[in-house]
Ligand binder design. Structure first.
Ligand code: HEM
Length: 85
């Protein structure tokens, strides 16, 4: 179970949705979270998303494990893959 932790959706709302509302990207509109954009940059799985947030590209802050622990990063990744089409 989740042990009372926040869901991927809630974690995304807290940490990501400010720049990625509805899976878009308000800072760099060419790099949305939708498959056509992220797959072009090799981001295909929940683990890929979880890795990306540790070492993102220009204009996105890094989220170290002290801020988003590994289990939460994986939940966010699973949410991103499932939610945005
Ligand atoms: C890119 C996820 C938070 C700004 C991306 C990409 C992913 C992602 C998967 C790659 C998209 C692609 O290549 O098409 C997330 C997640 C977040 C988060 C899961 C929360 C944990 C944020 C925040 C900002 C932001 C808070 C703005 C302050 C950007 C920008 C890019 C980007 C500018 C393009 C970076 C580049 O050129 O490689 N994000 N993001 N992101 N994100 Fe985020």
């Amino acid at each position: 179970g989740r042990g009372g932790g926040a869901t991927g959706a809630a974690l995304f709302a807290t940490h990501c949705a400010g720049c990625h509302p509805d899976g878009g990207n308000t800072v760099n509109p060419k790099k949305t979270l939708r498959p056509a954009d992220r797959q072009a940059n090799g981001i295909r799985t929940a683990d890929d998303v979880a890795a990306f947030i540790r070492n993102p590209g220009q204009g996105m802050p890094a989220f170290p494990p002290g801020v988003i622990p590994p289990g939460d990063a994986r939940r966010i990744g699973a949410y991103v893959i499932a939610a945005f089409r």
